[in-house]
Every structure is written in C-alpha cells, then in structure tokens.
Design a protein around this ligand. Sequence first.
Ligand code: HPA
Ligand code: ZN
Length: 337
Amino acid sequence: MTDLDAFITGLPKAELHLHIEGSLEPEQMFAFARRNGVSIPYASVEEVRAAYAFSNLQDFLDIYYAGADVLRTRADFHDLAMAYFDRAAGDGVVHAEIMFDPQTHTDRGIPFEEVIEGLLSAIALAQETHGMTSLLILSFLRHLSEEAAFETLAQAEPWLDRIAAVGLDSSEMGHPPEKFRRVFAAAADKGLRLVAHAGEEGPPDYVYQALDLLRVDRIDHGNRSLEDAALTKRLADEDMTLTVCPLSNLKLCVIDRIEDHPIDRMLALGLKPTVNSDDPAYFGGYVADNYRAIAAARGLDKAALAQLARNSFTGSFLPADAVAAHVARLDEWLAAH
Ligand code: HPA
Ligand code: ZN
C-alpha cells in the first residue's frame, strides 16, 4: 500500500450517498437467491459482473432493480446492510447516511416493515461492532407517481423518528423535481431533511427545481450544475453540499474518462463536494476506491482529500455537536498523518 493509499483509507470520513440496494455484491446475490429459492438470470458471478457494462443511468437501473428481486426477508436487508457497514468501516467511514428505495420492495409484495427493521437492526449492530453511526434516507422512485410517493411516506409513519431524510432517485430525465414538490413539502412538515438526485443526467434546470421547488438540504451528484455559471455561484454562496460519486459518473458515462472528473474544479470554484460510492457493487468500488480514483486521475494532494472528508462531516445530517466532534477528530488525525 502506498503512503497515499494508507492516508485515504485511514482518513476519517462520512459517506453521504449510498444506495443500500446498490451494495448487493454478485456473490451475495447468489447466496440470497439460493436461500430464498429465487432464480436469477445468470449462471455465475463472472456472468453477473460481465453484465455490468452500462451506457447510461437507465441501463444500470434495469439491472439494479432486477438484482434487488433476491431481497425478500428482514434477514436479507440486515445482512446486506451489515456487509456494507463492515466494508465501509474498513474504508475509514465513521458515519454513513444510506438511502433505501422502499418502493422497489413494496411493489414486489415485501412489507415496508421487513425492509426497515432489517436495516435498523444492522444500524444498531454497526454502532456496536464498529462504533459507526448511520442515518436512513427514504428515497422515492421518480419514475413512479407523486401519489405513490405519498403512499410510501404514509407507510413510513410508524418509523419517522428513525428516518432522517427523504430523497429522490431513479430515472432522472423526464421526471423533474417539480413532480414531487407536494410530497417533499409534506416530508419537511414531518421534520424530515430533504435530498434529491439532480444534475446527474438532468439539466441545470433540474438542480434549480431541487433548490427552489423541493427546497433540498443537499444535492446528490449535481455535476451538470457546472454548465451554468450563475447556478454554480449560487451553490457556492449557499454552501450547498454536493454528494459526488466519481466511479458512478464513469460507469454511467456522465464522464468519458476518470481523468475528466470535475472534482478539483468543483473545489476550485468554491463548491462543497463530497466523495461517495453510490452503488459500489455495480460501479467497481467502495468509498476509499472513489477517493483513490480521483486522487490518481486528478493529482489531488492530501489537503484536497482532507477537505473532501471535512465536507462529508459538515454536509451530514448529524447534530452540530456531533459534526464538531468529528471535525476535531479529523484535525487530530491529520496532525498525526
Ligand atoms: N441515480 C439515480 N438513481 C439511482 C442511482 C443513481 O446514481 N443509484 C441508484 N438509484
Ligand atoms: Zn445515487
């Protein structure tokens, strides 16, 4: 391991953009299929990995929703999340804010309760075994209706004190944020924080809508904001956290080459990017792999990497005293490394 590799792994960090369904590794897909008696259209792990060649977001989503079909029981969701927490802990993650897509499961007849109770028991175990804190973000599928999102929010009612935020994911083009303005307002009224994927494939206008119509606290991705100078300046002025996912951007052809990634441009423009893995089992790496990829491709130094880690804490939904404690621990760690 090089000095920079070790620095990246050890750097205390939070992960703010992770779809738990996207952490389903092919080996686990086979294991869950076997224990649940579900058939999958692949003969081997190698065949699954070979299928992970995407030319856009929709290509990926088709395979991602199909893969999620092996998730059936509370134990599956627990084991899935625990495997992620174990890997994240090994990558220096001390706090994670993970998205889950209830509709992907409830639409297959899996009760909301099975999904969330499995995730919550893993969250408790990750705290016990790794000292890692985590929060849940309930994500609405934007290719479905706002009415369906309202139904999902109603199903979540008994667990609202265990859910930090709502989010918006799935097919971006043709499903602008404005479609969900009422359900986001309802979620805000219930005390939930708000995030939305915007500007991954969608135009800068979708980022404006996320800010002005949904009133989000964070933008997931946000890459295409850079096409609009006024929007870029506004995001910088408002200190808006962007949850950027470099290997995802590469795999979904948001960028052609990792060398083209705008992470350092974002920093230079005064934006507040963070580094995240999005769907690590599908995109070829967990959070430290994402830091490593941009460090190598864009020549980021330790100071830039430390800034990205700092942003992950100040951009989190933790209470102010917990953020301050994480930043103080990060500074201590940096002083020693
Ligand atoms: N974009 C939109 N929806 C998603 C993604 C993503 O990167 N990952 C999982 N659902
Ligand atoms: Zn995402």
